[in-house]
Write a protein that binds this ligand. Structure first.
Ligand code: SF4
Length: 330
C-alpha cells in the first residue's frame, strides 16, 4: 500500500523578473516502509518537490496538483495549522544544515521535548525521559549534559544527530531527509548514514532521501527517482538504475561517481553544461542542450514516459522504436 501518492504536482515561484517553474507535472508514490531516493543536481526540483508536499514553501510559491494523499488522506488542501499537526507527528524532516534548522535560542531539551508535549501530550518529566532515550538512540554521548546545551555548543555531527532525534521523536510514518550529509565532513557523513541505515532497519517508517550523491542512494534506497529540470527523467529500482539506466542524464550521474579502482591520473567525467533556466524552461527535453544524443525532436517536444518494466520508466525520445540505438558506453 502507498503511504504517499502525488499526482501531477506543479510548483512555481513568482519573483520580480518572472515565474520560476521549479516542478513541472510530476507524479510519484512511496510505499509503506519503502526507502525512496530522489537524486539530481542543484536546481533539479528535488527539494522543492518535498517542500511542496509538506507545505513548507514561502508565500511566493504557487502549488497545484491533481492530488496528494498521505496515509489514505488527501492533504493537498490542508490549512497551515493542519499541516503543522502532520509535521513532527506523522512526517519527520531532516534538513541539510542543522545549524539553520535548529533554533539557536533554545536548548536541545526545549527543542526535543516540544513535539512530544504537543503531539504526544507528554508531561515535562516523561518528555525529558523520552528525550534522553532519543539522544541515546542516535548515539549522542553524555545525553544529560547535551540536553542543557544550545545548538552552537555542539559540533556539526552532533547537531545533525539532534535533528534526527527530533525527526523521529514521535515515531513518524514518513521521514524526509534532505541532503542530510552534505554539510558534514566525510567521516561524520559515514556515521550519519550508518545511523540512518540503523533507523531504517529498526523502524517501519518510509524514508525519502533527497541527495545529489548516487553513493548515498545506493547505500540507503530501494527505489530511485532521477530529476532534471523540474521533471522526473527516469525512475526504477536500485538495480534498474545502477545496472540498466537508459536516460543520458542518469548515465552522466553514474559516470561522474569516483570509482574505487580508478587508475592514477584518470579524470572524473563531468556532465558538461549547466542546468536549464527555469524562468524560461525549454519546450522540449530540458536536458537537450547538454545531451550528446540530442535529436531535432528533443528540442521541440517534451519526451513522453516509456515504461520498461513495472518499476522502470524513462522519459527520453531514445526510447522510440525508430530512434538510434545507443548505450551508456557509446
Ligand atoms: Fe537526450 Fe533527447 Fe533523450 Fe533528452 S530526449 S535525454 S535530448 S536523447
Amino acid at each position: 500500500m502507498n503511504l504517499l501518492e502525488v499526482k501531477n504536482l506543479n510548483t512555481s515561484f513568482h519573483i520580480g523578473v518572472g515565474t520560476v517553474q521549479a516542478v513541472r507535472g510530476i507524479s510519484f508514490h512511496v510505499a509503506q516502509g519503502e526507502s525512496l531516493g530522489i537524486v539530481g543536481e542543484s536546481g533539479s526540483g528535488k527539494s522543492v518537490t518535498m517542500l511542496s508536499v509538506t507545505g513548507l514553501l514561502p508565500y511566493n510559491a504557487e502549488i497545484s496538483s491533481d492530488s496528494i494523499t498521505f496515509d489514505g488522506r488527501e492533504i493537498s488542501g490542508l490549512s497551515k495549522k493542519e499541516m503543522r499537526k502532520l509535521h513532527g507527528s506523522e512526517i519527520g524532516m531532516i534538513f541539510q544544515d542543522p545549524m539553520t534548522s535548529l533554533n539557536p535560542l533554545f536548548t536541545v531539551e526545549n527543542q526535543l521535548t516540544e513535539p512530544l508535549k504537543i503531539h504526544r501530550h507528554m508531561d515535562k518529566a516523561s518528555a525529558r525521559e523520552k528525550a534522553l532515550a532519543l539522544l541515546r538512540q542516535v548515539d549522542i554521548p553524555n545525553p544529560e549534559a547535551r540536553l542543557k546545551q544550545y545548538p552552537h555548543e555542539l559540533s556539526g555531527g552532533l547537531r545533525q544527530r539532534v535533528m534526527i532525534a527530533i525527526a523521529i521523536a514521535c515515531a513518524p510514518k514518513l521521514i524526509i531527509a534532505d541532503e542530510p550529509t552534505t554539510a558534514l565532513d566525510v567521516t561524520i557523513q559515514a556515521q550519519i548514514l550508518e545511523l540512518l541505515q540503523g533507523l531504517k532497519r529498526d523502524s517501519r517508517a518510509s524514508i525519502i532521501m533527497i541527495t545529489h550523491d548516487m553513493g548515498v542512494i545506493a547505500s540507503m534506497c530501494s527505489r530511485i527517482l532521477v530529476m532534471y529540470g523540474g521533471t522526473i527523467c527516469e525512475q526504477g529500482d536500485v538495480r534498474e538504475i545502477f545496472y540498466g539506466a537508459r536516460h543520458p542524464y542518469t548515465w552522466g550521474l553514474l559516470n561522474s561517481i569516483p570509482k574505487v579502482h580508478q587508475k592514477r591520473g584518470e579524470k572524473l567525467v563531468p556532465i558538461h553544461g549547466t542546468p536549464p533556466d527555469m524562468l524560461q524552461p525549454p519546450a522540449g527535453c530540458p536536458f537537450a542542450p547538454r545531451c550528446r544524443y540530442c535529436m531535432p525532436v528533443c528540442r521541440a517536444y517534451m519526451p513522453p514516459e516509456t515504461a520498461l518494466s513495472e518499476t522502470h520508466r524513462v522519459a527520453c525520445h531514445l526510447m522510440h522504436p525508430k530512434a538510434p540505438k545507443v548505450t551508456r558506453e557509446d
